[in-house]
Write a protein that binds this ligand. Structure first.
Ligand code: SAM
Length: 319
């Protein structure tokens, strides 16, 4: 059966399958070449005309073919325009969605920031205080002071994110001193940090019996963290090979001392350098304290604070 694309009568469609879509440019001249090009086009488009040779194409098929192509081009233009419109609408929807998401994200970020700020300020009244004793920086090189400033930034960042933050106080922090200059230079927004800084010593600020000086050389393993206590960290870095410096200082000041319970929950692991150290950077000690304060679990706390490089792993029984 044949269908003519022009007047839609069954007899006038010379090739059949005229409702298929294709794209082809043919300039018509009424000769043998045109018939051959029609046949070739149909072959290329894999349309079975049912005719073996161009000569078999019925008279008038060139005109019919030309009309089919014209209609085809017309429909193609419409389809292309529709596709373009659909694509534009999709892009618009996508952009709007991204914008909404961005606003929601910004909004939730602001809310989270406000919550964190309120939590921090509340810690000043109800949480334990953490002092960083910066009165020993004269023992340190400029490089060590820079590292200490970076550790203070990390420690502050961890506390800001903590579910149960401490209140931080930098004691022995003298304006214009190398450590204050490094903190200002290296730590963005340092002057807006939500914490106290004072040139005074913790001894002048808190009752002696509330202070616990944390030192890796103490005989006492820290048992618990109590909200009414003040925990002091020595503002020193690893390179300061001044063994027992903070222990001696705390003893001279008649303060209680404690170390992290590394020996109680961890064991030395075999490593190439056979290196094992219980002395951590202040931000690592703080990560352990903060995790313990939140989870009440020393294994969790030590996992958070003691990096693998220190040569210790949790005891199997503590896992
Ligand atoms: C790099 S350490 C300095 C070690 C130094 N030899 C000293 O005498 O304190 C920096 C501070 O982190 C704290 N700290 C490091 N490791 C600790 C541990 N295992 N237990 C308790 N406090 C620790 C101490 O307050 C220490 O002063």
């Amino acid at each position: 059966m044949m269908k003519h694309a022009e007047n839609d009568t069954e007899e006038s469609d010379p090739v059949g399958g005229a409702d298929q879509q294709w794209e082809c440019e043919v300039t018509w001249q009424d000769d043998e070449g045109d018939r051959e090009s029609i046949c070739e086009s149909f072959q290329l488009l894999q349309i079975d005309t049912g005719f073996d040779s161009p000569k078999d194409l019925p008279v008038g098929s060139e005109k019919w073919y030309s009309n089919v192509l014209r209609k085809q081009r017309h429909w193609e233009k419409i389809i292309t325009a529709k596709k373009k419109k659909r694509k534009q609408e999709k892009e618009k929807r996508k952009a709007k969605h991204a914008e909404d998401k961005g606003i929601a994200h910004q909004h939730s970020k602001r809310v989270l920031k406000t919550i964190a700020k309120e939590r921090l300020l509340a810690a000043k009244e109800a949480a334990p205080w953490l002092c960083i004793d910066l009165s020993m920086t004269s023992h340190m090189t400029h490089k060590e002071i820079s590292r200490l400033a970076a550790q203070i930034r990390r420690l502050y960042g961890s506390n800001k994110k903590a579910g149960k933050p401490f209140w931080i106080c930098l004691t022995g922090f003298v304006a214009g001193s190398p450590i204050s200059e490094e903190c200002l230079r290296m730590n963005d927004g340092f002057s807006n940090y939500l914490m106290d800084t004072t040139p005074e010593s913790y001894l002048d600020l808190f009752p002696l019996e509330t202070i616990v000086y944390l030192t890796p050389d103490s005989e006492n393993a820290l048992q618990d963290i109590e909200p009414h206590r003040v925990y002091v960290l020595g503002g020193l870095v690893d390179e300061s090979i001044q063994k027992k410096l903070t222990l001696q200082k705390a003893q001279e000041q008649s303060l209680q001392t404690a170390r992290l319970p590394i020996a109680e929950y961890m064991v030395k692991n075999a490593n190439v350098k056979n290196y094992h150290s219980e002395t951590l950077a202040i931000n690592q000690v703080f990560d352990a304290l903060s995790t313990y304060y939140e989870t009440q679990s020393w294994p969790e706390a030590l996992k958070a604070g003691v990096p693998p490089g220190k040569g210790y792993v949790l005891q199997k029984t503590a896992l």
